[in-house]
Design a protein around this ligand. Sequence first.
Ligand SMILES: [Mn+2]
Length: 350
Amino acid sequence: MKLGLAFVRNNLTRDNLRFARQCGVTHIVVHYANYYQDHDQLPEKFAGAYGFTGSDPIWTYDELRALRQMINDEGLELEALENFNPGFWFDILLDGPRKREQTENLKQLIRNVGRAGIPTFGYAFNLMNVWGHSHGPWARGQALTAGFLEPEETPIPLGMVWNMVYDPGAPAGTLVPPTREELWGRFEYFLKEIIPVAEEAGVVMAAHPDDPPLPTLRGAPRLIYHPRFYQKLFDLVPSPNNQAEFCVGTISEMVDSDPYEAVENYSRQGKIAYVHLRNVRGKVPHYVEVFIDEGDTDLIRVLRILHQNGYQGVITPDHSPELTCAAPWHAGFAYALGYIKAALTLIEQE
Ligand SMILES: [Mn+2]
């Protein structure tokens, strides 16, 4: 198994890539969408959104090749891009008028990704993305971390999807949510269009489960809120390029789920493209994200199951509580990476 680390775009610097390499990381995941674009200019009705999607065209081969080169120059591999800019596919998620055009654009994007030599594309097919977390001193030693503590569920304003604003001039009002069946229908459309292109391009599409994994959020349905819905997703379009961005933290947050059984099942099927490894205490509707070694799930056991089933892909620490020091983000991730690296070394010697 390989040690990975994910960066959001405004955290992707040469120094941070060096930090990753120094921690033993070999593979990088990049959130290439600029989530926080013009965040401070959001109109009041979009409070809580990350930022604007902008109206950039899809990422080109040239810029993706340059991104990969920057990472290669630091002795690292670019394993995956994580998440579309919601501006690329809002009408696929919403079944809107630009759906066909956006589908063709996503196909070209996946071709560009494959040609640039990036093997995996992670995504999350839902209308609200991560939403409703708050932050507090809830991990060991009062470390600052994220938690989900039953927020007030405001409906999604028009002009917003996946927690970003794609149309700041949208009329007042809120999204009329689709039924669960309608949303599965949109997901099936997406898979049937995109997976064949991903096969040709040599790109594995990797679906993240819904975080937080509730059956509905902000009044709208969510689809992957129990491990069994991964099977539904894989069976809709059977393909080696239709896989999971397997988030052990999110799966541990799911009600009535056994994370070890889920890891066993999907790693045996070869359906795990890469792993988000983090720990939590509690399940929806109340949980907090904690240090990698203090939550409800035995992550060493998870890694052992992966190894026994022949998984050879990338493990990334996903999130970490912040350590109280001058570099809280770096220290939190250095701790998680050191823990995972030691575990991988021992398990692979067994
Ligand atoms: Mn995750």
